[in-house]
Design a protein around this ligand. Structure first.
Ligand SMILES: Cc1cn([C@H]2C[C@H](O)[C@@H](COP(=O)(O)O)O2)c(=O)[nH]c1=O
Ligand SMILES: [Mg+2]
Length: 210
C-alpha cells in the first residue's frame, strides 16, 4: 500500500508512531544558505561565521554587531527563491524517506513559516515536492505554534519550543545545529546528524514505548 493510501485508511491508529520533522535546519540548511546569500548580497558588511553562531534568531546576533544589520538579515531570507533553493542537510532526505516507509510510523513535516509569508509558504511546498516527492505534500503542517500539534516525537533544532500548550504531547529531540550547540536543552536528547544512523535507534526506542 502506498504511503498516501496508508495515511488515509489507517486513521492514525494508536499503534502508529507519529514523528514530526522540522524543516529549517533539520532537513534544509537555512543557516548555511543564509550566510552564503548574505555574503553575496552584502559583501562589505560584517558577518558571523557558522562556528560563531549562537541563539536561534540570526537577526538577534547580527543586531549586536550593528543596528542596520537585522534588516539586511531579513532581506536575505525574505527574498524570492530563498526557501525554495535551500540545500538539503546531509543525509536528511534519505533518512526522511526511509522513515516514511517504516511500518507503524507516520512522518509529518512540521515547520513554522515566516510572518512575511509571500514566498516562504509556497516555496516550502516546492522544496518538499522537489526533495521528498509529491506524496509528502499530504503530510505538511505549517504552524507558528508547534506545541498544539499531536505527535510522539518532534525532531527540531530550536532548543526551546514554546506556545499555548504548556505540556506538548510530543517529546522534543534537539537536532544539533550551529546555533544550538552550547544552548541549554533541559535534559532533552540530542540528534547530531542524519548520517551516523543514530536516528534509527531513537525511532526504535520510541516504537517500544507506544
Ligand atoms: C534562524 C531563523 C529562522 N527564522 C524563521 C524561518 C522559518 O520561517 C522559521 C523556522 O522555524 P522552525 O522552528 O525551523 O520551524 O523561523 C527566522 O525568522 N529568523 C532566523 O534567524
Ligand atoms: Mg528549525
Amino acid at each position: 500500500m502506498s504511503r498516501r493510501a496508508r495515511g488515509r485508511f489507517s486513521n492514525f491508529c494508536n499503534k502508529d508512531l507519529i514523528v514530526l520533522l522540522d524543516m529549517d535546519q533539520v532537513l534544509a540548511d537555512f543557516e548555511g544558505y543564509f550566510l552564503k546569500r548574505y555574503k553575496e548580497r552584502f559583501p562589505n558588511d560584517p558577518f558571523i561565521p557558522l562556528e560563531e553562531r549562537k541563539g536561534f534568531f540570526i537577526r538577534d546576533q547580527y543586531a549586536k554587531l550593528r543596528d542596520d544589520l537585522p534588516d539586511k538579515v531579513r532581506a536575505v531570507y525574505n527574498e524570492e527563491g530563498f526557501f525554495r533553493d535551500l540545500p538539503e542537510i546531509e543525509g536528511a532526505v534519505s533518512a526522511a524517506l526511509e522513515m516514511s516507509k517504516m511500518e507503524g510510523l507516520e512522518v509529518f513535516l512540521c515547520s513554522s513559516p515566516l510572518t512575511e509569508y509571500q514566498y516562504c509558504l509556497t516555496e516550502k511546498f516546492e522544496w518538499i515536492e522537489k526533495h521528498l516527492g509529491p506524496e509528502f505534500l499530504d503530510y505538511v503542517i505549517l504552524t507558528k505554534d508547534k506545541t498544539v500539534i499531536n505527535g510522539h516525537i518532534l525532531i527540531d533544532d530550536r532548543p526551546r519550543i514554546k506556545g499555548s500548550c504548556k505540556s506538548p504531547i510530543w517529546e522534543h529531540i534537539v537536532f544539533n545545529a550551529c546555533h544550538n550547540l552550547t544552548s541549554e536543552v533541559d535534559g532533552k536528547r540530542r540528534l547530531n546528524n542524519w548520517t551516523d544512523g543514530k536516528w534509527r535507534d531513537i525511532i526504535e526506542d520510541f516504537k517500544k514505548r507506544i
